[in-house]
Design a protein around this ligand. Structure first.
Ligand SMILES: *Cc1c(COP(=O)(O)O)cnc(C)c1O
Length: 572
């Protein structure tokens, strides 16, 4: 690859998509979860639709981490070793950013995401591991979400400021900068500096900063419905690390008075701002009054998140589906037994994997529930264990459950959650079979979301900004059973596309939890509706699978999402 290819790519002005993490393929471990996988899906779709796009992220040379679970479910973390040169090309270009009082040199690796449509989106993975840098600075791009606040800020300097400089160095002309979450917020400051008006031309010092011009160029997507989740750095730390990038009082005006808040930068310097589901947008408007925030509900990349047996099926009945997911509207043409056979094949593949990975032998004829996501308190993986006796009575001989998910190394509660699941798994093992798959990643996600019968999601509301794994499940005819939060508020039609858990959402603030209400509803529906339908009315069950595809996958795909970004955010 190819300077020639790069030349070709720089001919046309681009949309630059910035994300701290990107999950582009399983063996490039530069992602931790939903945010990174969404970024990967966005880029893949950009390539499918031949959008003029480039992406910027960090190389994360030691990955997020590899999860090892012992027999009690206690988690140990290991760095992931991988070799960027096996997948991508190191570019000769280098740029510098100032960190503390040093110039830190940044290089970039290019990876081209190529679509069968012949579209191509290059990703530039920024890397500080170069000889010119001190040993400590060489580690800035090693660990995704590792280290302390100072480490994170240095990473964000490399991503935001370094990213803009690198694109410039590579001679790209950029017509929009899209910040996927606040981590890349500093790119706005780099742009402000770039478009500074000469002092002698303006009568008010404030007018030196061409905020409107930067706003015109920037798009900001927020993903975090909880105040504490937004990156915020105390100004003494920020000033020490950033130096005098722009005058402190200007920075404070744009980034917040009580700390440099990356979300505030994104909000204050972007013409277009959006949340990732309608509900999440409402919550964001409440959290940040005074900003105009639009809603573009997430979607997943249809081809990536469809398992082989369903790919075959769709190829035969809905040719062209992968680049035109709207064709799922015609899912009713696929005969019931073909859907069931494709599903059974995926289920057997998952159960085989479960046996190899965990030693647990599961039965393909038993209703199988899947739950996999970051192990953290608000996701409430243990809600289904609120009343173990009741679960045992309902599920004896009729239920099996597959879990997976990593806890962030510093999330002690999340780690305890995994241990709790392990102990209940042991307790119930002769009655309800359960397995916890180690080291959740994109490959395991595909096996799980296609191989179970029901995809369970029980977050505390309204903390699930969108959630995307349920959309993946729907692409494979797997039915969602979920708390009404995030995307499911939009995708759910009771008893038709899936089932809800707990009351209708009305809150826009974090309220007292409703664990017991939610758990009760979960048990009731499992016992009275879901289990009987699965065992006694196969036809009715397959109808729901079809609806999941025809109504949910039809809409919650990243082709629809990207067309929205183009018309609402990129071209305006
Ligand atoms: C899709 C995906 C996620 C996000 O799942 P949510 O349901 O949004 O929490 C996380 N991790 C991996 C590996 C995924 O593929």
């Amino acid at each position: 690859m190819n300077i020639a290819c790069l030349k070709e790519l720089t001919k046309e002005p681009k949309i630059a998509y910035f994300s701290m993490e990107i999950g582009i393929r399983n063996d490039i471990p530069t992602y931790s979860g939903g945010l990174g996988v969404l970024a990967g899906d966005t880029i893949r779709t950009g390539a499918d639709l031949k959008l003029p796009m480039v992406a910027v992220t960090l190389i994360s040379k030691k990955g997020y981490f590899r999860q090892e679970l012992d027999e009690n479910g206690s988690q140990r973390e290991h760095p992931v070793s991988w070799e960027p040169s096996k997948h991508m090309t190191l570019l000769p270009a280098k740029i510098a950013v100032q960190i503390e009082d040093r110039q830190v040199i940044v290089q970039a690796w290019q990876y081209n995401v190529e679509s069968l449509t012949r579209g191509c989106v290059p990703i530039f993975f920024l890397d500080t591991d170069v000889e010119e840098n001190t040993a400590e600075d060489r580690e800035i791009t090693s660990y995704l979400y590792g280290g302390d606040m100072a480490y994170r800020l240095k990473q964000e300097i490399v991503l935001g400021i370094g990213g803009v400089r690198m694109l410039h160095e590579l001679e790209f002309e950029i017509k929009k900068y899209h910040m996927n979450e606040g981590h890349s917020g500093l790119l706005t400051i780099e742009l402000l500096n770039r478009f500074k008006r000469p002092i002698e031309d303006v009568w008010d010092e404030k007018l030196v900063w061409d905020v409107e011009r930067v706003k015109d160029l920037c798009v900001f997507t927020t993903h975090t419905p909880v105040e504490a989740g937004h990156d915020k750095f105390p100004y003494d730390l920020a000033c020490k690390i950033l130096g005098e990038l722009i005058p402190l009082k200007v920075l404070q005006e744009l980034g917040g008075k009580d700390g440099l808040n990356m979300t505030r930068l994104g909000l204050n310097l972007s013409e277009f701002i959006n949340g990732v589901a309608k509900k999440h947008t409402e919550v964001s408007r409440n959290m940040f009054p005074g900003y105009e925030i639009s809603a573009i509900t997430n979607g997943v990349h249809t081809y990536t998140w469809t398992c082989d047996s369903f790919k075959n099926l769709y190829d035969r009945y809905l040719p062209g589906w992968a680049n035109e997911p709207e064709l799922f509207v015609r899912v009713g043409r696929i005969p019931d037994e073909e859907i069931w056979n494709a599903h059974t094949e995926a289920k057997k593949a998952l159960l085989n994997y479960v046996r190899k990975n965990t030693g647990v032998r599961m039965d393909p004829d038993i209703l199988t529930i899947g739950f996999a996501r970051r192990a953290t308190a608000y996701k409430r993986a243990d809600l289904i264990f609120s009343n173990i006796k009741r679960l045992e009575r309902i599920g004896l001989g009729k239920l099996q459950i597959v879990f997976a998910g990593k806890a962030h190394p510093k999330d002690e509660q999340g780690k305890k959650l995994i241990e709790k699941i392990f102990s209940i798994k042991e307790l119930l093992k002769s009655k309800i079979k359960m397995a916890y798959i180690n080291d959740y990643d994109m490959d395991i996600a595909l096996k799980m979301i296609s191989g179970v019968d029901v995809w369970l999601n029980t977050p505390m509301r309204p903390r699930e900004a969108s959630g995307t794994s349920g959309m993946k499940a729907a692409h494979n005819g797997v039915v969602n059973f979920s708390v009404l939060d995030g995307w499911w508020i939009e995708g759910h039609i009771e008893g038709f596309t899936g089932w809800s858990i707990g009351p209708n959402p009305t809150e826009t603030l974090l309220i007292d939890n409703m664990d017991s209400k939610d758990a009760n509803d979960l048990y009731c529906k499992l016992e009275k509706t879901i289990i009987p339908l699965f065992y006694n009315d196969r036809h009715g069950w397959i109808r729901m699978m079809q609806n999941a595809i025809g109504k949910n996958a039809y809409y919650f795909n990243s082709h629809r999402m990207m067309r929205r970004y183009v018309t609402d955010a990129y071209i305006r």
